[in-house]
Design a protein around this ligand. Structure first.
Ligand code: ATP
Ligand code: MG
Ligand code: MG
Ligand code: MG
Length: 478
């Protein structure tokens, strides 16, 4: 089943059951505490917290999401993309646990001829929160699940809150068993690679009080209980399409195939094979970059633009490690466009602009790489070996002379087992900044002319990037 068809069935299923279809919000979140929309519920937060009254009691959406937090998993697990689509159904004080569980079960297990996804009910497992006997009972009653396929999980996995006083509640996750050839027996608590999480149901049931982390009192039941769910469309697609992972689905695979062709390597779908991982990274990142540019993000040295820059650079670096040293985006991006345009026609109508931005970024990065890589490998060779460490000075020279951002130096060095003395790098950056400020002051009073201050402006931006991962991991939603 094609991804666009899963989307169509999803929206039809829930709209037939009284849900208002709400179009995906932009990837660029309205919520200032988030860089991007990281879950289907984000655009609905004002309704879920009761801050605003929703114009409907039931809604459904297919939300574009970007999770930079998952960037290091991409290509290595079967199921983490930086961009993905989360299908959600929401109830605002309307149906609750019983309704949410019933809908989820019905949609997943109704045969394809009857409008559902046709999952084999015997392969589905669920988790519920430790003391959520009500959910466990409902799973038994509604789905006929035996006790051993209803597992219990604690606060870390199966509890939702916003990080502050307000609504909170238990979750219930649905998993699909790929079979013994994929790992250990024993359900999702034993092995999340064999048992793939496909859907998370959040029951917003309680009012929580003040407290840090997960340590807070429950003040009582909410008067208006809400439902928020998120089904990962790429995960469902890969399971239904009979492929091994989300990078092999119809909306992603064409980029992977073109990258393999360009590199002259054969993709084998092997889990830990370096080239296969690189091909999956390329396929994932090219798509994410396209979707971000489509939503108005442009490459820059901070914030959202930095995430985009990093995605493009990682894709280009992966191509280089696959042996492709020239431009490759002009070959890859059109593949991604063609794979995504059925669901997002704007990537086609706006392709001239999107591609112009992406290709310019690639050309600039290839120039940077060409000049700095030789020096970096020389320096790395010198310190390679047990506990090898690149000095802050070396990292600084790469940055100052060749425009190598520190994270790239760290990443490239670590591929050779070498670490970087970041602390002294930052000290040198600060020193340079102070010097530049002094120069600027001197210039004002008619002193020396120097372009350092100019460069510093750029550099200051470049060192600020650390914020975004933190932003994302501290985010207030799942
Ligand atoms: P996992 O434990 O596998 O990392 P999660 O618990 O972080 O997933 P949720 O926050 O519950 O995921 O998101 C709801 C659904 O969105 C998940 O059940 C999954 O199907 C999908 N999903 C989450 N993260 C990703 C991702 N990085 N790529 C693709 N799908 C994802
Ligand atoms: Mg996760
Ligand atoms: Mg999970
Ligand atoms: Mg989850």
């Amino acid at each position: 089943m094609q991804t666009a068809e899963i989307r169509r069935r999803w929206l039809q299923f829930f709209s037939e059951r009284g849900h208002t279809v709400v179009p995906s919000a932009s990837l660029v979140s309205d919520d200032p505490s988030l860089l991007f929309n990281i879950a289907g519920m984000v655009p609905f937060i004002p309704y879920l917290t009761g801050r605003e009254t929703p114009p409907y009691t039931r809604a459904t959406s297919v939300q574009k999401c970007v999770r930079t937090l998952d960037i290091d998993e991409v290509g290595k697990t079967t199921r983490h993309g930086t961009f993905f689509q989360m299908n959600g159904n929401f109830s605002f004080g309307d149906y609750f646990k019983a309704g949410a569980i019933e809908y989820a079960w019905q949609f997943l297990t109704t045969p394809t001829s009857g409008g559902g996804l046709g999952f084999d009910p015997d392969r589905l497992w669920v988790t519920v929160y430790l003391d959520d006997d009500e959910a466990a009972e409902l799973w038994k009653k509604t789905a006929g699940l035996p006790d051993e396929r209803i597992q219990r999980r604690g606060m870390d996995d199966n509890y939702w809150d916003t990080g502050q006083p307000g609504p909170a509640g238990p979750c219930s996750e649905i998993y699909y068993d790929r079979g013994p050839e994929y790992g250990l027996e024993g359900g999702p608590i034993a092995d999340e690679d064999r048992y793939i999480e496909i859907w998370n149901l959040v029951f917003m049931q309680y009012q929580r009080g003040e407290g840090r982390g997960k340590d807070y009192p429950i003040l009582g039941e909410l008067a208006n209980k809400n439902i928020d769910t998120g089904m990962g469309m790429e995960r469902v697609a890969f399971l239904l399409q009979g492929v091994e992972n989300m990078y092999e689905i119809d909306e992603v695979r064409p980029v992977l195939d073109r990258a393999a062709e360009l590199a002259g390597v054969e993709y084998g779908g092997r889990e830990s094979h370096d080239d296969d991982v690189r091909l999956r990274v390329v396929a994932d990142h090219v798509r994410s970059a396209m979707m971000l540019i489509s939503d108005g993000v442009t490459p820059s040295n901070e914030g959202r633009g930095y995430v985009l820059r990093r995605l493009l650079r990682r894709a280009i670096r992966a191509m280089r490690l696959l042996g492709v040293h020239g431009e490759s985006l002009p070959e890859l991006l059109p593949r991604s466009r063609d794979a995504m345009k059925a669901s997002y026609p704007e990537v086609e109508t706006d392709f001239e602009r999107i591609s112009r931005i992406a290709y310019a970024e690639e050309r600039a990065f290839l120039r940077t790489l060409a000049s700095g890589t030789t020096l970096l490998s020389q320096e790395v060779d010198k310190v390679k070996g047990a506990g090898g460490r690149l000095s802050g000075r070396q990292a600084f020279t790469l940055h100052d002379t060749y425009g190598f951002p520190i994270d790239l130096t760290i990443e490239m060095a670590s591929e050779q087992g070498v670490t970087v003395d970041e602390e002294s790098f930052r000290a040198l950056m600060a020193e340079q900044r102070d010097r530049a400020q002094a120069d600027a002051r001197a210039k004002k009073t008619g002193g020396v002319t120097d372009t350092t201050a100019y460069r510093e402006l750029r550099d200051a931006g470049e060192t600020r990037f650390i914020g975004y991962e933190k932003l994302q991991s501290d985010s207030r939603v799942r």
